[in-house]
Design a protein around this ligand. Structure first.
Ligand SMILES: Nc1nc2c(ncn2[C@@H]2O[C@H](COP(=O)(O)OP(=O)(O)OP(=O)(O)O)[C@@H](O)[C@H]2O)c(=O)[nH]1
Ligand SMILES: [Mg+2]
Length: 549
Protein backbone atom coordinates (compact mmCIF):
# COMPACT_ATOMS: atom_id res chain seq x y z
CA UNK A 1 0.00 0.00 0.00
CA UNK A 2 1.42 3.41 -0.96
CA UNK A 3 1.63 6.23 1.55
CA UNK A 4 -1.33 7.96 -0.09
CA UNK A 5 -3.41 4.78 -0.02
CA UNK A 6 -2.61 4.32 3.65
CA UNK A 7 -3.50 7.95 4.38
CA UNK A 8 -6.74 7.56 2.47
CA UNK A 9 -7.63 4.36 4.32
CA UNK A 10 -6.92 6.10 7.60
CA UNK A 11 -9.10 9.06 6.64
CA UNK A 12 -11.90 6.73 5.61
CA UNK A 13 -11.73 4.97 8.94
CA UNK A 14 -11.86 8.34 10.70
CA UNK A 15 -14.89 9.30 8.62
CA UNK A 16 -16.54 6.12 9.93
CA UNK A 17 -15.73 7.29 13.45
CA UNK A 18 -17.12 10.72 12.53
CA UNK A 19 -20.42 9.10 11.53
CA UNK A 20 -20.52 7.37 14.93
CA UNK A 21 -19.97 10.73 16.60
CA UNK A 22 -22.74 12.28 14.49
CA UNK A 23 -25.24 9.70 15.73
CA UNK A 24 -24.36 10.21 19.37
CA UNK A 25 -24.03 13.99 19.04
CA UNK A 26 -27.50 14.52 17.57
CA UNK A 27 -29.64 16.30 20.16
CA UNK A 28 -26.74 16.33 22.63
CA UNK A 29 -24.37 18.89 21.10
CA UNK A 30 -25.41 22.25 19.61
CA UNK A 31 -27.30 21.85 16.34
CA UNK A 32 -24.87 23.90 14.29
CA UNK A 33 -21.98 21.71 15.40
CA UNK A 34 -23.91 18.54 14.56
CA UNK A 35 -24.76 20.07 11.16
CA UNK A 36 -21.03 20.68 10.60
CA UNK A 37 -20.29 17.07 11.48
CA UNK A 38 -22.79 15.97 8.84
CA UNK A 39 -21.49 18.42 6.23
CA UNK A 40 -17.83 17.54 6.76
CA UNK A 41 -18.62 13.84 6.57
CA UNK A 42 -20.66 14.18 3.40
CA UNK A 43 -18.22 16.55 1.75
CA UNK A 44 -15.24 14.38 2.54
CA UNK A 45 -17.03 11.36 1.11
CA UNK A 46 -17.88 13.28 -2.06
CA UNK A 47 -14.34 14.66 -2.46
CA UNK A 48 -12.83 11.21 -1.99
CA UNK A 49 -15.27 9.98 -4.63
CA UNK A 50 -13.49 12.19 -7.16
CA UNK A 51 -10.11 10.69 -6.28
CA UNK A 52 -7.32 12.48 -4.52
CA UNK A 53 -4.79 12.50 -7.36
CA UNK A 54 -5.84 15.94 -8.58
CA UNK A 55 -5.27 19.04 -6.52
CA UNK A 56 -7.71 21.92 -6.57
CA UNK A 57 -5.76 25.12 -5.94
CA UNK A 58 -7.67 28.33 -5.12
CA UNK A 59 -6.17 31.76 -5.63
CA UNK A 60 -7.93 33.85 -3.03
CA UNK A 61 -7.51 37.29 -1.56
CA UNK A 62 -8.76 40.86 -1.44
CA UNK A 63 -9.98 42.72 -4.47
CA UNK A 64 -7.18 44.18 -6.56
CA UNK A 65 -4.46 42.10 -4.89
CA UNK A 66 -3.85 40.57 -8.30
CA UNK A 67 -5.44 37.10 -8.16
CA UNK A 68 -6.48 37.18 -11.78
CA UNK A 69 -3.11 38.63 -12.78
CA UNK A 70 -1.24 35.84 -10.94
CA UNK A 71 -3.66 33.27 -12.43
CA UNK A 72 -2.83 34.51 -15.92
CA UNK A 73 0.89 34.60 -15.14
CA UNK A 74 0.84 31.03 -13.82
CA UNK A 75 -0.99 29.60 -16.83
CA UNK A 76 0.94 31.80 -19.22
CA UNK A 77 -2.14 33.20 -20.95
CA UNK A 78 -4.30 36.31 -20.39
CA UNK A 79 -7.44 34.30 -19.62
CA UNK A 80 -8.92 36.07 -16.67
CA UNK A 81 -10.08 39.65 -16.88
CA UNK A 82 -7.74 42.03 -15.13
CA UNK A 83 -8.88 45.57 -14.55
CA UNK A 84 -8.52 48.68 -12.51
CA UNK A 85 -12.23 48.79 -11.76
CA UNK A 86 -13.08 46.93 -8.52
CA UNK A 87 -14.20 44.22 -8.08
CA UNK A 88 -13.42 42.58 -11.38
CA UNK A 89 -13.80 38.82 -11.06
CA UNK A 90 -17.46 38.03 -10.37
CA UNK A 91 -17.45 34.27 -10.80
CA UNK A 92 -14.80 31.64 -10.31
CA UNK A 93 -12.75 30.67 -13.35
CA UNK A 94 -10.87 27.38 -13.71
CA UNK A 95 -7.78 26.43 -15.66
CA UNK A 96 -7.18 22.70 -16.22
CA UNK A 97 -4.44 20.90 -18.13
CA UNK A 98 -6.02 17.51 -18.59
CA UNK A 99 -9.29 16.02 -19.82
CA UNK A 100 -11.52 14.33 -17.31
CA UNK A 101 -11.76 17.13 -14.79
CA UNK A 102 -15.41 17.86 -15.61
CA UNK A 103 -16.98 15.79 -12.76
CA UNK A 104 -14.70 17.42 -10.21
CA UNK A 105 -15.47 20.91 -11.58
CA UNK A 106 -19.18 20.06 -11.63
CA UNK A 107 -18.96 19.10 -7.97
CA UNK A 108 -17.05 22.33 -7.26
CA UNK A 109 -19.82 24.15 -9.18
CA UNK A 110 -17.30 26.01 -11.30
CA UNK A 111 -18.84 26.68 -14.69
CA UNK A 112 -16.16 28.80 -16.39
CA UNK A 113 -13.41 26.43 -17.42
CA UNK A 114 -10.37 26.63 -19.68
CA UNK A 115 -8.68 23.48 -20.96
CA UNK A 116 -5.06 24.54 -21.53
CA UNK A 117 -1.68 23.16 -22.42
CA UNK A 118 0.93 23.38 -19.68
CA UNK A 119 2.61 26.78 -19.58
CA UNK A 120 6.06 25.31 -19.12
CA UNK A 121 7.27 21.86 -20.27
CA UNK A 122 9.12 21.32 -16.97
CA UNK A 123 5.80 21.26 -15.08
CA UNK A 124 3.76 19.54 -17.80
CA UNK A 125 3.42 16.21 -15.95
CA UNK A 126 2.48 17.75 -12.65
CA UNK A 127 0.08 20.34 -14.07
CA UNK A 128 -2.03 17.59 -15.62
CA UNK A 129 -3.30 17.01 -12.04
CA UNK A 130 -3.79 20.69 -11.28
CA UNK A 131 -7.14 22.46 -11.18
CA UNK A 132 -6.34 26.16 -10.76
CA UNK A 133 -9.15 28.46 -9.62
CA UNK A 134 -9.27 32.26 -9.79
CA UNK A 135 -11.78 33.34 -7.14
CA UNK A 136 -13.70 36.56 -6.64
CA UNK A 137 -12.61 38.86 -3.80
CA UNK A 138 -13.29 37.60 -0.25
CA UNK A 139 -13.80 41.13 1.12
CA UNK A 140 -16.12 42.13 -1.67
CA UNK A 141 -18.76 44.81 -1.64
CA UNK A 142 -20.81 42.21 -3.53
CA UNK A 143 -22.35 39.67 -1.12
CA UNK A 144 -22.44 37.04 -3.88
CA UNK A 145 -18.64 37.26 -4.22
CA UNK A 146 -18.15 36.74 -0.50
CA UNK A 147 -20.56 33.82 -0.47
CA UNK A 148 -18.75 32.22 -3.41
CA UNK A 149 -15.40 32.51 -1.61
CA UNK A 150 -16.89 31.10 1.61
CA UNK A 151 -18.34 28.20 -0.33
CA UNK A 152 -15.17 27.33 -2.22
CA UNK A 153 -12.98 27.78 0.85
CA UNK A 154 -14.80 24.75 2.25
CA UNK A 155 -14.03 22.48 -0.66
CA UNK A 156 -10.70 23.35 -2.32
CA UNK A 157 -7.55 21.35 -1.60
CA UNK A 158 -4.86 24.03 -1.43
CA UNK A 159 -5.22 27.71 -0.50
CA UNK A 160 -2.96 30.26 -2.19
CA UNK A 161 -3.64 33.62 -0.57
CA UNK A 162 -2.64 36.54 -2.81
CA UNK A 163 -1.87 39.68 -0.82
CA UNK A 164 -0.43 43.01 -1.90
CA UNK A 165 1.88 45.48 -0.17
CA UNK A 166 -0.99 47.81 0.77
CA UNK A 167 -3.50 45.36 2.20
CA UNK A 168 -1.56 42.32 3.41
CA UNK A 169 -2.25 43.28 7.06
CA UNK A 170 -5.98 43.69 6.45
CA UNK A 171 -7.87 42.52 9.59
CA UNK A 172 -10.73 40.94 7.65
CA UNK A 173 -8.33 38.65 5.78
CA UNK A 174 -6.55 37.56 8.94
CA UNK A 175 -9.58 37.27 11.17
CA UNK A 176 -12.13 35.88 8.72
CA UNK A 177 -9.90 33.49 6.86
CA UNK A 178 -6.28 32.97 7.79
CA UNK A 179 -6.81 32.54 11.53
CA UNK A 180 -10.01 30.57 10.97
CA UNK A 181 -8.20 28.12 8.73
CA UNK A 182 -5.12 27.86 10.93
CA UNK A 183 -5.68 24.12 11.10
CA UNK A 184 -5.21 24.04 7.35
CA UNK A 185 -1.69 25.52 7.40
CA UNK A 186 -0.40 22.36 5.76
CA UNK A 187 -2.43 23.23 2.67
CA UNK A 188 -1.82 26.97 2.62
CA UNK A 189 0.64 29.20 0.73
CA UNK A 190 0.79 32.98 0.95
CA UNK A 191 1.94 35.12 -1.98
CA UNK A 192 2.95 38.77 -1.70
CA UNK A 193 2.08 40.03 -5.22
CA UNK A 194 3.00 43.39 -6.69
CA UNK A 195 6.50 42.98 -5.29
CA UNK A 196 7.64 45.28 -8.11
CA UNK A 197 6.12 48.13 -6.09
CA UNK A 198 8.60 47.53 -3.25
CA UNK A 199 12.30 48.32 -3.04
CA UNK A 200 14.40 45.22 -2.17
CA UNK A 201 14.82 46.20 1.50
CA UNK A 202 11.11 47.08 1.82
CA UNK A 203 10.33 43.71 0.33
CA UNK A 204 12.28 41.95 3.12
CA UNK A 205 10.60 44.04 5.82
CA UNK A 206 7.23 43.42 4.28
CA UNK A 207 7.74 39.66 4.13
CA UNK A 208 9.12 39.58 7.69
CA UNK A 209 6.06 41.51 8.91
CA UNK A 210 3.78 39.16 6.98
CA UNK A 211 5.50 36.17 8.62
CA UNK A 212 4.84 37.65 12.07
CA UNK A 213 1.19 38.28 11.25
CA UNK A 214 0.84 34.72 9.97
CA UNK A 215 2.42 33.37 13.13
CA UNK A 216 -0.15 35.37 15.13
CA UNK A 217 -2.85 33.74 13.01
CA UNK A 218 -1.52 30.34 13.99
CA UNK A 219 0.02 29.83 10.58
CA UNK A 220 3.71 29.80 11.45
CA UNK A 221 5.73 27.77 9.00
CA UNK A 222 3.48 28.54 6.05
CA UNK A 223 5.59 29.25 2.95
CA UNK A 224 5.46 32.80 1.62
CA UNK A 225 6.48 34.01 -1.82
CA UNK A 226 7.19 37.46 -3.23
CA UNK A 227 6.06 37.71 -6.85
CA UNK A 228 5.10 40.25 -9.44
CA UNK A 229 2.43 39.28 -11.92
CA UNK A 230 3.39 42.42 -13.80
CA UNK A 231 7.07 41.64 -14.30
CA UNK A 232 6.83 37.86 -13.91
CA UNK A 233 9.31 37.90 -11.07
CA UNK A 234 8.88 34.95 -8.69
CA UNK A 235 6.18 33.37 -10.86
CA UNK A 236 8.42 30.45 -11.92
CA UNK A 237 9.21 29.65 -8.27
CA UNK A 238 5.52 29.75 -7.39
CA UNK A 239 4.71 27.56 -10.40
CA UNK A 240 7.36 25.04 -9.33
CA UNK A 241 6.01 25.00 -5.77
CA UNK A 242 2.52 24.32 -7.11
CA UNK A 243 3.90 21.57 -9.36
CA UNK A 244 5.68 20.00 -6.39
CA UNK A 245 2.56 20.14 -4.22
CA UNK A 246 0.41 18.67 -6.96
CA UNK A 247 2.86 15.87 -7.66
CA UNK A 248 2.69 14.75 -4.00
CA UNK A 249 -1.02 13.98 -4.44
CA UNK A 250 -1.42 14.79 -0.79
CA UNK A 251 -3.28 18.10 -0.65
CA UNK A 252 -6.81 16.72 -1.16
CA UNK A 253 -6.37 14.24 1.69
CA UNK A 254 -4.49 16.71 3.87
CA UNK A 255 -7.31 19.23 3.52
CA UNK A 256 -9.92 16.68 4.54
CA UNK A 257 -7.78 15.49 7.44
CA UNK A 258 -7.46 19.13 8.55
CA UNK A 259 -11.26 19.47 8.37
CA UNK A 260 -11.73 16.40 10.56
CA UNK A 261 -9.01 17.55 13.00
CA UNK A 262 -10.62 20.96 13.29
CA UNK A 263 -14.02 19.44 13.85
CA UNK A 264 -12.63 16.96 16.36
CA UNK A 265 -11.12 19.84 18.35
CA UNK A 266 -14.44 21.68 18.38
CA UNK A 267 -16.27 18.49 19.33
CA UNK A 268 -13.82 17.82 22.15
CA UNK A 269 -14.41 21.34 23.46
CA UNK A 270 -18.18 20.83 23.19
CA UNK A 271 -18.21 17.55 25.13
CA UNK A 272 -15.83 18.91 27.77
CA UNK A 273 -13.37 17.01 29.94
CA UNK A 274 -15.72 15.31 32.37
CA UNK A 275 -16.88 11.79 31.57
CA UNK A 276 -20.02 11.04 33.62
CA UNK A 277 -19.92 7.82 35.61
CA UNK A 278 -23.51 7.19 36.58
CA UNK A 279 -25.95 7.90 39.37
CA UNK A 280 -24.61 7.71 42.92
CA UNK A 281 -26.22 5.19 45.27
CA UNK A 282 -26.84 7.80 47.99
CA UNK A 283 -28.89 9.92 45.55
CA UNK A 284 -30.79 6.87 44.39
CA UNK A 285 -31.63 6.06 48.01
CA UNK A 286 -32.62 9.67 48.78
CA UNK A 287 -34.93 9.65 45.78
CA UNK A 288 -36.49 6.35 46.92
CA UNK A 289 -37.11 7.86 50.34
CA UNK A 290 -38.71 11.02 48.90
CA UNK A 291 -40.85 8.95 46.54
CA UNK A 292 -41.85 6.67 49.43
CA UNK A 293 -43.04 9.74 51.34
CA UNK A 294 -44.84 11.05 48.27
CA UNK A 295 -46.49 7.64 47.87
CA UNK A 296 -47.87 8.04 51.38
CA UNK A 297 -45.86 5.14 52.84
CA UNK A 298 -46.17 6.50 56.37
CA UNK A 299 -49.93 6.98 56.13
CA UNK A 300 -50.38 3.47 54.77
CA UNK A 301 -48.09 2.07 57.46
CA UNK A 302 -50.15 3.85 60.14
CA UNK A 303 -53.30 2.36 58.64
CA UNK A 304 -51.69 -1.10 58.55
CA UNK A 305 -50.75 -0.78 62.21
CA UNK A 306 -54.22 0.48 63.15
CA UNK A 307 -55.87 -2.30 61.13
CA UNK A 308 -53.72 -4.85 62.90
CA UNK A 309 -54.69 -3.48 66.29
CA UNK A 310 -58.35 -3.45 65.28
CA UNK A 311 -58.22 -7.05 64.03
CA UNK A 312 -56.34 -8.15 67.14
CA UNK A 313 -59.01 -6.53 69.30
CA UNK A 314 -61.74 -8.25 67.31
CA UNK A 315 -59.99 -11.59 67.90
CA UNK A 316 -58.75 -11.34 71.49
CA UNK A 317 -60.53 -8.29 72.92
CA UNK A 318 -63.04 -8.56 75.74
CA UNK A 319 -66.18 -9.87 74.05
CA UNK A 320 -68.38 -7.58 76.15
CA UNK A 321 -66.94 -4.45 74.54
CA UNK A 322 -65.63 -5.98 71.29
CA UNK A 323 -68.71 -5.09 69.26
CA UNK A 324 -67.90 -1.39 69.64
CA UNK A 325 -64.75 -2.00 67.57
CA UNK A 326 -66.80 -3.36 64.70
CA UNK A 327 -68.59 -0.05 64.38
CA UNK A 328 -65.30 1.75 63.58
CA UNK A 329 -64.28 1.71 59.89
CA UNK A 330 -61.34 -0.38 58.72
CA UNK A 331 -58.45 2.12 58.33
CA UNK A 332 -57.10 0.28 55.27
CA UNK A 333 -60.44 0.22 53.54
CA UNK A 334 -60.64 3.98 54.00
CA UNK A 335 -57.40 4.29 51.95
CA UNK A 336 -58.76 1.97 49.28
CA UNK A 337 -56.32 -0.73 50.38
CA UNK A 338 -57.71 -4.02 51.47
CA UNK A 339 -56.34 -7.46 51.08
CA UNK A 340 -57.77 -9.61 48.36
CA UNK A 341 -60.19 -7.06 46.90
CA UNK A 342 -60.24 -6.28 43.20
CA UNK A 343 -62.13 -3.29 41.90
CA UNK A 344 -62.89 -4.94 38.58
CA UNK A 345 -64.60 -7.90 40.22
CA UNK A 346 -61.69 -10.24 39.44
CA UNK A 347 -61.44 -13.12 41.82
CA UNK A 348 -58.55 -12.78 44.19
CA UNK A 349 -56.00 -15.49 43.85
CA UNK A 350 -53.73 -17.18 46.31
CA UNK A 351 -54.02 -17.57 50.05
CA UNK A 352 -55.55 -14.97 52.30
CA UNK A 353 -52.48 -13.98 54.24
CA UNK A 354 -50.19 -11.24 52.93
CA UNK A 355 -51.89 -11.34 49.57
CA UNK A 356 -51.42 -8.34 47.27
CA UNK A 357 -53.92 -5.64 48.04
CA UNK A 358 -56.24 -3.89 45.63
CA UNK A 359 -54.92 -3.37 42.13
CA UNK A 360 -56.01 -0.03 40.79
CA UNK A 361 -56.36 3.46 42.10
CA UNK A 362 -56.07 3.83 45.80
CA UNK A 363 -57.78 6.54 47.82
CA UNK A 364 -54.44 7.70 49.18
CA UNK A 365 -54.33 11.45 49.67
CA UNK A 366 -52.37 13.27 46.94
CA UNK A 367 -48.85 14.13 48.09
CA UNK A 368 -48.62 17.49 49.79
CA UNK A 369 -46.78 20.38 48.14
CA UNK A 370 -43.88 19.83 50.49
CA UNK A 371 -43.53 16.11 49.63
CA UNK A 372 -43.77 16.84 45.89
CA UNK A 373 -41.11 19.51 46.32
CA UNK A 374 -38.95 17.01 48.19
CA UNK A 375 -39.17 14.62 45.22
CA UNK A 376 -38.24 17.50 42.90
CA UNK A 377 -35.27 18.34 45.11
CA UNK A 378 -34.14 14.70 45.22
CA UNK A 379 -34.30 14.49 41.41
CA UNK A 380 -32.39 17.76 41.11
CA UNK A 381 -29.68 16.57 43.50
CA UNK A 382 -29.38 13.32 41.60
CA UNK A 383 -29.11 15.09 38.24
CA UNK A 384 -26.81 17.84 39.51
CA UNK A 385 -24.31 15.33 40.86
CA UNK A 386 -24.57 12.92 37.94
CA UNK A 387 -24.13 15.75 35.43
CA UNK A 388 -21.55 17.72 37.42
CA UNK A 389 -18.89 19.26 35.23
CA UNK A 390 -20.75 18.56 31.99
CA UNK A 391 -21.29 21.46 29.60
CA UNK A 392 -24.75 23.07 29.62
CA UNK A 393 -26.15 21.30 26.56
CA UNK A 394 -25.27 17.87 27.97
CA UNK A 395 -26.56 18.78 31.45
CA UNK A 396 -29.86 19.80 29.91
CA UNK A 397 -30.06 16.38 28.25
CA UNK A 398 -29.60 14.65 31.61
CA UNK A 399 -32.29 16.85 33.15
CA UNK A 400 -34.62 16.08 30.24
CA UNK A 401 -33.94 12.35 30.72
CA UNK A 402 -34.83 12.65 34.41
CA UNK A 403 -38.08 14.32 33.43
CA UNK A 404 -38.85 12.16 30.41
CA UNK A 405 -41.30 9.95 32.32
CA UNK A 406 -42.37 12.46 34.94
CA UNK A 407 -46.02 12.14 33.90
CA UNK A 408 -46.05 8.42 34.75
CA UNK A 409 -44.59 8.74 38.25
CA UNK A 410 -47.80 9.51 40.18
CA UNK A 411 -49.70 6.59 38.63
CA UNK A 412 -46.78 4.21 39.04
CA UNK A 413 -46.43 5.14 42.72
CA UNK A 414 -50.14 4.64 43.24
CA UNK A 415 -49.89 1.24 41.57
CA UNK A 416 -46.81 0.34 43.59
CA UNK A 417 -48.65 1.09 46.83
CA UNK A 418 -51.80 -0.60 45.56
CA UNK A 419 -49.99 -3.83 44.73
CA UNK A 420 -47.47 -3.87 47.55
CA UNK A 421 -47.55 -6.85 49.87
CA UNK A 422 -48.66 -5.35 53.15
CA UNK A 423 -47.96 -7.29 56.36
CA UNK A 424 -51.55 -8.10 57.22
CA UNK A 425 -51.29 -11.75 58.21
CA UNK A 426 -53.42 -12.85 61.14
CA UNK A 427 -51.31 -14.61 63.83
CA UNK A 428 -52.32 -18.23 64.37
CA UNK A 429 -52.85 -17.48 68.07
CA UNK A 430 -55.86 -15.29 67.29
CA UNK A 431 -58.18 -18.26 66.66
CA UNK A 432 -57.21 -19.82 70.01
CA UNK A 433 -57.57 -16.45 71.75
CA UNK A 434 -61.00 -15.99 70.32
CA UNK A 435 -61.99 -19.47 71.63
CA UNK A 436 -60.54 -18.76 75.09
CA UNK A 437 -62.33 -15.41 75.28
CA UNK A 438 -65.57 -17.09 74.20
CA UNK A 439 -65.16 -19.76 76.89
CA UNK A 440 -64.32 -17.12 79.54
CA UNK A 441 -67.23 -14.93 78.48
CA UNK A 442 -69.42 -18.05 78.57
CA UNK A 443 -68.20 -18.86 82.09
CA UNK A 444 -68.91 -15.30 83.18
CA UNK A 445 -72.37 -15.42 81.62
CA UNK A 446 -73.13 -18.79 83.27
CA UNK A 447 -71.90 -17.44 86.64
CA UNK A 448 -73.94 -14.22 86.33
CA UNK A 449 -77.02 -16.13 85.14
CA UNK A 450 -76.70 -18.56 88.02
CA UNK A 451 -76.30 -15.71 90.51
CA UNK A 452 -79.38 -14.05 89.01
CA UNK A 453 -81.38 -17.27 89.52
CA UNK A 454 -80.13 -17.46 93.13
CA UNK A 455 -81.07 -13.83 93.61
CA UNK A 456 -84.62 -14.40 92.32
CA UNK A 457 -84.97 -17.55 94.44
CA UNK A 458 -83.83 -15.60 97.54
CA UNK A 459 -86.09 -12.63 96.68
CA UNK A 460 -89.18 -14.80 96.58
CA UNK A 461 -88.10 -16.68 99.79
CA UNK A 462 -88.19 -19.95 97.86
CA UNK A 463 -86.39 -23.02 99.24
CA UNK A 464 -82.67 -22.44 98.95
CA UNK A 465 -81.00 -24.13 96.01
CA UNK A 466 -77.91 -26.16 96.70
CA UNK A 467 -74.92 -24.08 95.56
CA UNK A 468 -71.56 -25.85 95.17
CA UNK A 469 -68.58 -24.04 96.61
CA UNK A 470 -64.96 -23.94 95.63
CA UNK A 471 -63.07 -23.20 98.78
CA UNK A 472 -64.91 -20.30 100.46
CA UNK A 473 -66.50 -19.01 97.23
CA UNK A 474 -69.73 -20.19 95.64
CA UNK A 475 -69.16 -21.60 92.16
CA UNK A 476 -71.37 -19.08 90.25
CA UNK A 477 -69.53 -16.18 91.90
CA UNK A 478 -66.24 -17.77 91.05
CA UNK A 479 -67.32 -18.33 87.43
CA UNK A 480 -68.49 -14.70 87.08
CA UNK A 481 -65.38 -13.23 88.69
CA UNK A 482 -62.81 -15.48 87.02
CA UNK A 483 -64.58 -15.24 83.61
CA UNK A 484 -64.65 -11.42 83.76
CA UNK A 485 -61.20 -10.94 85.29
CA UNK A 486 -59.42 -13.40 82.99
CA UNK A 487 -61.26 -12.01 79.94
CA UNK A 488 -60.22 -8.46 80.81
CA UNK A 489 -56.65 -9.51 81.60
CA UNK A 490 -56.29 -11.37 78.33
CA UNK A 491 -57.81 -8.40 76.49
CA UNK A 492 -55.26 -6.09 78.11
CA UNK A 493 -52.35 -8.38 77.31
CA UNK A 494 -53.72 -8.77 73.80
CA UNK A 495 -53.91 -5.00 73.34
CA UNK A 496 -50.28 -4.59 74.40
CA UNK A 497 -49.15 -7.36 72.08
CA UNK A 498 -51.22 -5.86 69.26
CA UNK A 499 -49.54 -2.49 69.77
CA UNK A 500 -46.11 -4.07 69.45
CA UNK A 501 -47.24 -6.05 66.43
CA UNK A 502 -48.68 -2.84 64.99
CA UNK A 503 -45.37 -1.03 65.40
CA UNK A 504 -43.54 -3.91 63.76
CA UNK A 505 -45.97 -3.89 60.87
CA UNK A 506 -45.62 -0.11 60.60
CA UNK A 507 -41.87 -0.44 60.10
CA UNK A 508 -42.22 -3.32 57.66
CA UNK A 509 -44.81 -1.42 55.65
CA UNK A 510 -42.64 1.70 55.44
CA UNK A 511 -39.70 -0.46 54.30
CA UNK A 512 -41.78 -2.39 51.78
CA UNK A 513 -43.40 0.72 50.30
CA UNK A 514 -40.14 2.65 50.20
CA UNK A 515 -38.62 -0.24 48.30
CA UNK A 516 -41.58 -0.29 45.91
CA UNK A 517 -41.30 3.50 45.48
CA UNK A 518 -37.56 3.05 44.93
CA UNK A 519 -38.31 0.60 42.12
CA UNK A 520 -40.59 3.22 40.54
CA UNK A 521 -37.78 5.79 40.87
CA UNK A 522 -35.30 3.32 39.37
CA UNK A 523 -37.49 2.61 36.39
CA UNK A 524 -38.87 6.07 35.63
CA UNK A 525 -36.05 8.37 36.72
CA UNK A 526 -32.76 6.59 37.44
CA UNK A 527 -32.87 4.32 34.35
CA UNK A 528 -33.44 7.13 31.79
CA UNK A 529 -30.77 9.25 33.49
CA UNK A 530 -28.32 6.33 33.51
CA UNK A 531 -29.05 5.59 29.84
CA UNK A 532 -28.36 9.23 28.96
CA UNK A 533 -25.13 9.23 30.99
CA UNK A 534 -24.02 6.07 29.20
CA UNK A 535 -24.68 7.74 25.84
CA UNK A 536 -22.76 10.84 26.91
CA UNK A 537 -19.82 8.67 28.02
CA UNK A 538 -20.01 6.91 24.65
CA UNK A 539 -20.01 10.27 22.90
CA UNK A 540 -16.89 11.16 24.86
CA UNK A 541 -15.17 7.98 23.80
CA UNK A 542 -16.27 8.47 20.18
CA UNK A 543 -14.84 12.01 20.14
CA UNK A 544 -11.57 10.82 21.70
CA UNK A 545 -11.33 8.09 19.07
CA UNK A 546 -11.99 10.69 16.38
CA UNK A 547 -9.22 12.90 17.73
CA UNK A 548 -6.69 10.10 17.47
CA UNK A 549 -5.03 9.89 14.09
N1 LIG B 1 2.23 46.90 -10.20
C1 LIG B 1 1.54 45.76 -10.22
N2 LIG B 1 0.23 45.80 -10.50
C2 LIG B 1 -0.43 44.64 -10.53
C3 LIG B 1 0.21 43.42 -10.28
N3 LIG B 1 -0.73 42.45 -10.35
C4 LIG B 1 -1.91 43.04 -10.64
N4 LIG B 1 -1.73 44.36 -10.76
C5 LIG B 1 -2.78 45.33 -11.02
O1 LIG B 1 -3.70 45.35 -9.98
C6 LIG B 1 -5.00 45.50 -10.45
C7 LIG B 1 -5.90 44.37 -9.98
O2 LIG B 1 -5.49 43.20 -10.61
P1 LIG B 1 -6.44 41.94 -10.69
O3 LIG B 1 -5.62 40.81 -11.16
O4 LIG B 1 -7.66 42.27 -11.46
O5 LIG B 1 -6.82 41.76 -9.23
P2 LIG B 1 -7.84 40.70 -8.59
O6 LIG B 1 -7.28 40.30 -7.32
O7 LIG B 1 -8.14 39.65 -9.55
O8 LIG B 1 -9.13 41.61 -8.34
P3 LIG B 1 -10.66 41.16 -8.24
O9 LIG B 1 -10.93 40.29 -9.38
O10 LIG B 1 -11.43 42.41 -8.25
O11 LIG B 1 -10.80 40.47 -6.97
C8 LIG B 1 -4.91 45.55 -11.94
O12 LIG B 1 -4.95 46.90 -12.37
C9 LIG B 1 -3.58 44.94 -12.26
O13 LIG B 1 -3.01 45.46 -13.43
C10 LIG B 1 1.60 43.42 -10.01
O14 LIG B 1 2.22 42.40 -9.76
N5 LIG B 1 2.23 44.63 -9.99
MG1 LIG C 1 -9.84 39.00 -10.38
Amino acid sequence: MSGTDAARAELESRLGRLAAVAELARGRLPDELVARVDVVGERAGARLGHGTTRTVVALCGATGSGKSSVFNALVGRPLAAVAVTRPTTASTEAAVFDDGTAPLLDWLQVARRHRLDPPDPTVADQFSDLVLLDLPDHDSTAAAHRAEVERLAEVVDLFVWIVDPQKYADAALHHDFLARYAGHRGVTLVVMNQADRLAPDERQQCLAHLDRLLADDGLSGVRTFAVSALTGEGIDALRRELAARVSEHRAALARLVADVDWLATDLAAAVGDVVPDGVEERHRAALALALGRAAGAEGVARAVAAAHERNAALAGGWPVTRWVRRLRPDPLRRLGLRRGERPTGERPTGGQAAEPVTVGRTNLPAPSGATAAAVGAAVRDLVDTAAEGLPGHLRRRVTAAARSREADVADALDRAVGTAELPMSAPASWAALRAVQTVLAGAMAVGLGWLAVLFVVGWFQLPELPTPKVGALPLPTLLAIVGAAAGLLIATLNRNLARRGGRRRYRRTVAELSEAAGRVGDELIVAPVTAELVSIAELHRAVRRLQRR
